[in-house]
Design a protein around this ligand. Structure first.
Ligand code: HEC
Length: 119
């Protein structure tokens, strides 16, 4: 049920957001990652689960082609993005391929702030 609601929300998001312009692409990709529940398993920039590899540097060892293939010929249901419109899948792939280093806020935690939650 939750999944159906999430998909309904996602479809609304997709209809409202395409065609995506380049500047809006990152926001679109982030929205997709949230709407698709990727963070249920993956950690991204300090948010999400620990069941799967964190995605912060995934672009440093996976090419666009490999990422794209992974979502078109998925290894598991959670990675099946064949239902997405091609421009949205491409914006997600571009975003992930561009993740080559951790977000600055998490790469150098300053002493004394480690236990404070990020605003
Ligand atoms: C049910 C848990 C789960 C969900 C939800 C999930 N994944 Fe994954 N993901 C995994 C697991 C486990 C792996 C490691 C094994 C593998 O490659 O399949 C993985 C691997 C990956 C990798 C390769 C990471 C690497 O460093 O090799 C990428 C990229 C990825 N997932 C993206 C996504 C995206 C994007 C979504 C949302 C559409 C998503 N995943 C949703 C469990 C999940």
């Amino acid at each position: 049920m939750i999944r159906i609601l999430a998909l309904t929300g996602l479809l609304t998001l997709l209809l409202a957001s395409s065609p995506a312009v380049a500047a809006a692409d990152t926001a679109n990709a982030r929205g997709l990652l949230n709407a698709l529940g990727c963070k249920g398993c993956h950690l991204l920039q300090g948010q999400g689960g620990h069941l799967a590899p964190e995605l912060d540097r995934v672009g440093s060892h996976m090419t666009r082609e490999r990422l794209s293939l992974m979502f078109r010929k998925p290894d598991q249901p959670a990675h099946d993005l064949t239902f997405l419109a091609e421009p949205d899948r491409a914006s997600l792939v571009d975003f992930l391929a561009g993740l080559t280093q951790p977000a600055p806020a998490f790469s150098q935690p300053s002493p004394g702030t480690a236990n404070e939650s990020n605003p």
